[in-house]
Ligand binder design. Structure first.
Ligand code: PEP
Ligand code: MN
Length: 338
């Protein structure tokens, strides 16, 4: 249930409603919009509070039942787009941000060269995994903390903030020490202990859609993070598994407008994992921007042929530079900028 306050409701009236919600044993989440305040009543779904308890209070305009299982993530609760700060830009605003870098951090030269190249091409942030979720236990698992240290060095050298994956709740404090954005990978989208830990950390999160998850499941996963008062959540469409085999995954372009309609959270698209093949990445990236994505996360490697993970879908720095150039023109056509 959400309580929509009238445009001229006073701070005292808002506080009184919040106090009443807490007295009744629920949590109150205040969303202060430009025009009015909206208060979410959050708690056990089986006990729905009587709307009359609030409708007669001063300053209350109306009570709305939220029909979806996700509440804090819903547009009803937060009608305006959420803006998440990243490197001086606001993700979810007019600018389309570009997070770029290798799938994995492999060594010092690789990450520093790639970071410099993506910076020069106009990237907003640097990606690179130090803890890698690999299908095979025999595949390269990432450099761990040493990789995080190299990412910090790359940030120092380029000024680009770092996006890197965290796979277990116990490692959130360590990864958060180095990362500007904690990536939750597709395979961990429903790792609830991890979602709780990232929520508690109050760190910006990039939550990737599970390869076999519905959009509603993605929004429910985001709700876990939001329920800790951590409002810095970026959703990521990275392709889903279908019967098609000519691409690694099937890019669910629908997810972009659908999520933008249902949630206020920014939506990032990952054309690299969505296609799995370098030759299709640019087309999928352009489609994502045209469909309204707030940002892209793209794998770029200084020598893709030697990559220890996801080389086939990694762009060379030259290909990435050309793509950013093309995307700038496209962004303008859809009233965005890059
Ligand atoms: C990645 O970003 O390198 C990655 C492992 O992505 P996903 O979790 O979407 O498979
Ligand atoms: Mn990858």
């Amino acid at each position: 249930m959400i309580i929509v306050m009238s445009v001229n409701a006073s701070t005292r009236e808002i506080s009184a409603v919040i106090a009443r919600i807490k007295e009744l044993g629920y949590q109150a989440h205040l969303s202060q919009g430009q025009e009015r305040a909206i208060i979410g009543v959050i708690g056990d779904d089986r006990r729905i509070p009587d709307p009359d308890l609030f409708s007669l209070m001063n300053g209350v305009e109306k009570i709305m039942k939220v029909s979806h299982p996700y509440k804090l993530a819903s547009r009803e609760f937060h009608p305006n787009d959420s803006l998440v700060p990243l490197n001086g830009s606001m993700v979810g605003g007019k600018k389309v941000v570009v997070i770029a870098g290798p799938c994995s951090v492999e060594n010092r030269t690789q990450i520093l060269e790639t970071a410099q190249a993506v910076k020069e091409a106009g990237a907003t942030a640097l990606r690179g995994g130090a803890f890698k979720p690999r299908t095979s236990p025999y595949a390269f698992q990432g450099m761990g903390e040493e990789g995080l240290e190299l990412l910090a060095e790359a940030r120092e050298a380029t000024g680009l903030p770092i996006v890197t994956e965290v796979m277990e709740p116990g490692l959130v404090p360590l990864v958060a020490k180095y990362a500007d954005v904690l990536q939750i990978g597709a395979r961990n989208m429903q790792n609830y202990a991890l979602l709780h830990a990232v929520g508690e950390s109050q760190h910006t999160a990039l939550l990737k859609r599970g390869m076999m998850s519905t959009m509603e499941e993605l929004l429910m996963a985001a709700e876990y993070i939001l329920s800790h008062g951590n409002e810095r959540v970026l959703l990521c469409e990275r392709g889903i598994r279908t019967f098609e085999t000519y691409t690694r995954n099937t890019f669910d372009i629908n997810a972009i407008p659908v999520l933008k309609q249902r949630t206020h959270l920014p939506v990032i698209a990952d054309p690299s994992h969505a296609t799995g093949k370098r030759e299709y990445v640019a087309a999928a990236a352009r489609a994502a921007v045209a469909a309204g994505a707030d940002g892209l996360i793209i794998e770029v490697h200084n020598h893709p042929e030697n990559a220890l993970s996801d080389g086939a879908q990694s762009l060379t720095p030259e290909q990435f530079g050309k793509l950013v150039h093309d995307l700038r023109r496209l962004a303008e056509a859809v009233d965005r900028c890059m």
